[in-house]
Every structure is written in C-alpha cells, then in structure tokens.
Design a protein around this ligand. Structure first.
Ligand code: TEU
Length: 531
C-alpha cells in the first residue's frame, strides 16, 4: 500500500512570525525564534508549520505586501537564518510551508516602481492600469477588501492602478505571461531550497474581468458595514481562468517530491471544491482551504449540514481539510467562548481531513484587548470601529512566567498580550492536566494512534438536541472497530441514545479508558468513544 502523504495524515500549525518568539529584543518575533521553539512544536506532534510572510516588506500589511519574493526581511532575520530553520525543522521531521503572496506585491517592489515610472515601461503591463472613468473618477465600482475604492490614481502617469487590498498592495496582472513566469521562478527558488509547499494567499482573486465590468450591488449591504461588501465580487473574484493558473502552480510543485499546494479561498462550498482541479485529474490545489467552520453558525444542525455537504461535494480522490482559526479571524476561544472552544478542538481533530490550527489556539488563547492607541492593523485603521481589526488575534504567544512571558525581553511587545496572560502560558498549562494544552496534546496523540481518525471514513453525521455526532471507521487497521464522536454544542446537559463503549477522550479530560453505558453528555462536552 502507498504510504500516506504527510499532509494527509498530519496536522498543520500556522505561525504568525511577528508574534511567536522574539530573539532580538525588539518586541517582534523572528525566524531564530521559531527555530528556538522547534522542540515545543515537535512535541505537539504536528506534521508541518506554515509561516506567514517573512519576505522583505514595508509592512503596510505586515508582510502581505512583498517587496522581494526571494529574501527575508531584516526584522525577521536573514536568508541564512531561514536555511538554518529549514534544516532544523527537517531534522525534527517537521515540514515547512511558506505563505506565498502571488496576487499583489508591495508598491515598493522594484516591479511596481518600474511599472509606475512611465506608461511605456516594459513592466507597465505587469499591473492593472486603467484610464479614469468618464467623470474623472475611478474606472469602475470595484472596492478594496479593506474599504474604499480599489483604484488609486497615479498623478505622474495619469492612470489608476487596481489593488484588491491596500493602495500599498497593487495587484499583479496574471494575464501577463511574464508575471506568471516571474512568480513561478520565485516559487522554484524556495522549492529548490527544500520547502515543503505553499499556502497561496487569496488564490481565488488572481484574475479579474478583462472587460472591467462594474460589480453588481450587494442587496444585503447596509451603511455602517465595510464598503468592501457594498458590491458583490462577481468580476473581481473566482474568474474561470484562475483554475488554469492553479494547475500551472500545481504542475510546478509536482516537479518536486511531496510538495503541498494549499489555497486560501473564501468561497461557497460548490465553488471552493472546484479548486481541486478537473474531476478526472485533480490538477488544482491539494488543499483548497475549507474555512467554513469559521463562518458557519455554531450549532449542531448547521455544522452537521456543513460536514455532509462538503463530503458530498468533494470530487472523488480529493482530500478534505478543516480550519478553525487564522490571523484574520477572531480567536476561536473568543468567538465560541472557552467551554465551546474545547468542543471545537475535539471537532477539528476528529473530522475527516487535514486540520490546520493557529498558534495559541492550543492554549485556548482569547482575543487580546487593543486600546485605540495600540491599533496596528491597516484594516482597522482604514475603517475604525466597524470590527475589521485583526490585531486581537495576533497577540504574542505567552510561553512562561518570566519577563515578557518568554516571548520578548523588550519592554513592550509589538502588540499587547491577552488579559490574564499568566493563566495562558505554555508553562502554566503544561502543569495542569485538564488545561486546554493538555486537551490538544491528547487529541493529537489520539489522532496519531487511530488511523480511523486520521484516515478513516466519516459516517452517520447527525444532529439532535444540539448534539453533533459522527462515526469514524477504518476497518483494515482497527479490527473493524468504530470511533463514535458526540459533541454537545450547548451549555446544558443533553441525552444521547444509550451506547456501550470505552472512552478514548472527553473534553473534560476525565474518565479516559472507562467502559460504560453512556446516555448523557455534560454541558459543553465533547466525547470520543471506541465502540
Ligand atoms: O486574506 C485575504 C482575505 O480575504 C482577508 O481580507 C480576510 O477576508 C479578512 O482579513 C478578514 O478580516 C489574506 C491574508 O490572510 C491577509 O492577512 C491579508 O491582509 C490579505 O490576504 C492581503 O494579502
């Protein structure tokens, strides 16, 4: 039998490098910091780390504005530091996934500096330039995801350029073959070094309508919400030509062994699964990120429905995946509350498909409180007070009770720590057998020990009385035994049909190994049973 690919039966752990470990006493994390914490990461039992961008950048969007695709920003270290990190990670059997940002560059990238230097520059067409609209304003009604028009006027050359995000993040013209080649060559630069794959930023946005048609108004948008939602992204997202590009990226990765291509894609399920590629060849992304658990209403009916539809829509041979949090979304523990966050952890690690977790989620880290004077995120600064800010979920990792909680020796980290930090440190939680960290560790062990969980089928997805349940089974290796998961998504006691079984884990972390007849779940209890 084929060995299972590492990204199918392993777990991916996202690191936001500014916030993981500082070694230079400037309050910002760095690559050496990640290397210093590799033992911790290896001890969790994850398969891979995905590192958010560390390339040279003016940091208008904290690294998602790349000024050089082949380097390391001095804030994070040097290319030698990266090489050392990669070797050290591989030495511990950890894969390294880079965050690649192909949709846009920094406005300080030499390509854009050239493009904006004159209308006849050879790189002019590497970006999206248009003449002003009939009234001298923007060429059409396309909106930036961070609010306001997606077009910025360039005085010197008298044209507008397009940016899906900040004006400091001009979009590349992916219809230009030279652009494609330049990006693929930069990807190859890292693949040659031995990186194990990419998480591709906003993969569904690469191509825009070549006729630049106006987007239709969004009937659900209300004033007071971000203007980015005032129109529907019909002509600025998920254009059919995008799939050809994904296939090209995939083909490049396939010239190396066992590299993974992940796409950040916020789309409805039906459109999302199309990013696996053509049904016969699956020539698209290995894992179009399934971000639906983040946006689905947290109740048993909705989530049962989500799992069922996703499983049904998956093309045959495509491998599922699930994400519960990232650097753009409020922390899981704050979205769901600390008790349900434990249930969510059980869900993430017992579903069929590769789980991706966000650093600090293993500690149950909540959102940090950001005072008005502490705001760093441009998404918040652009449109204050409408809840776009992503600083709360980017708070530094608290390691121990030492100064700067082991994250930094600087007086101030770049963002504040969460409230009651001392209760959330790795050190503190490691000493508590019922902590969030202990729960995560046990779930990771369980997932590794039971092929039913990492590779088995998922069956009988059901919901009743606020309880979500499903079977996981892998007959060949589990002597036909089935794992049954019950998740109480309510904060009251709930009855389940009586079942005689052995407890593999409960989110309360008591009673493991007990054999009994189970007929009730405690409030906010997730339980994994061996039938
Ligand atoms: O995010 C893309 C994206 O869609 C975000 O705008 C997301 O919807 C929003 O942050 C939710 O608040 C990616 C990166 O993950 C994000 O950090 C970058 O700012 C963005 O692309 C631009 O590169």
């Amino acid at each position: 039998t084929n060995p299972v690919l590492w990204w199918r039966d392993g777990i991916i752990y996202q690191i936001y490098p500014r916030s993981f470990q500082d070694t230079t006493n400037d309050g910002v994390g760095d690559l050496r910091g990640i290397e210093r914490r590799l033992d911790y990461l290896a001890s969790l039992g994850i398969a891979a780390i995905w590192i958010s961008p560390f390339y040279p950048s003016p940091m208008a969007d904290f690294g998602y504005d790349v000024a050089d695709y082949r380097g390391v920003d001095p804030l994070f270290g040097t290319l030698a530091d990266f090489d050392s990190l990669l070797a050290a990670a591989h030495g511990r059997n950890l894969k390294v996934i880079l965050d690649f940002v192909p949709n846009h560059t920094s406005s300080e990238h030499p390509w854009f500096l050239a493009a904006r230097s004159s209308r006849t520059d050879l790189k002019r067409d590497w970006y999206l330039w248009r003449d002003p609209g009939p009234n001298g304003g923007p060429p059409n009604n396309w909106m930036s995801q961070f609010g306001g028009p997606a077009w910025t006027f360039d005085q010197a050359t008298g044209q507008y350029y397009y940016h899906s995000f900040l004006k400091e993040q001009p979009d590349l013209n992916w219809r230009n073959p030279e652009v494609r080649k330049a990006i693929y060559n930069s990807m190859a630069f890292w693949l040659d070094k031995g990186v194990d794959g990419f998480r591709m930023d906003v993969l569904w946005l690469l191509i825009k309508d070549d006729q630049f048609r106006d987007n239709p108004p969004n009937p659900d948008w209300k004033p007071g919400q971000s203007t980015s939602w005032s129109v529907l992204p019909r002509y600025t997202a998920d254009q059919p030509e995008t799939h050809k590009i994904v296939a090209e990226m995939r083909a490049l990765c396939d010239t190396y062994a066992e590299r993974v291509l992940i796409g950040e894609i916020y789309l409805p399920l039906q459109e999302l699964v199309a990013y696996y590629g053509r049904p016969d060849t699956l020539d698209g992304a290995d894992m179009p990120f399934n971000l639906h658990l983040i946006e689905t209403e947290w109740n048993a009916d909705r989530i049962a429905q989500l799992i069922t539809s996703y499983e049904l829509l998956l093309p045959s041979g495509a491998w599922p995946n699930w994400v519960l949090g990232n650097h753009d979304q409020p922390r899981m523990a704050s979205r769901l509350g600390p008790a349900q966050a434990r249930v969510a952890a059980v869900l993430l690690l017992t579903l069929r498909g590769t789980p991706t977790m966000y650093y600090g989620d293993e500690l149950g880290l909540p959102n940090a409180h950001i005072a008005p004077g502490q705001v760093r995120d441009p998404a918040e600064k652009n449109q204050p007070g409408i809840g776009m800010g992503r600083d709360p979920e980017r708070s530094p990792m608290p390691w121990d009770s030492g100064p700067g909680f082991g994250f930094t020796t600087a007086e101030h980290p770049w963002l504040p720590f969460v409230d009651n930090t001392a209760e959330f440190t790795v050190e503190h939680e490691a000493s508590d057998r019922a902590s969030f960290l202990s729960l995560y560790r046990q779930l990771l062990v369980l997932r590794r020990e039971h092929p039913a969980l990492s590779e088995g089928a998922i069956k009988q997805v059901q919901s009743a009385n606020g309880v979500l349940s499903y079977h996981r089974a892998y007959p060949e290796q589990n002597e036909g035994k089935t794992i049954q998961v019950y998740l109480n998504l309510t904060d009251s006691k709930q009855a389940i049909p009586p079942v005689n079984a052995q407890v593999l884990l409960t989110s309360y972390l008591d009673g493991e190994g007990r054999v009994d007849v189970f007929e009730t779940l405690r409030p906010n209890e997730g339980i994994v049973l061996l039938l």
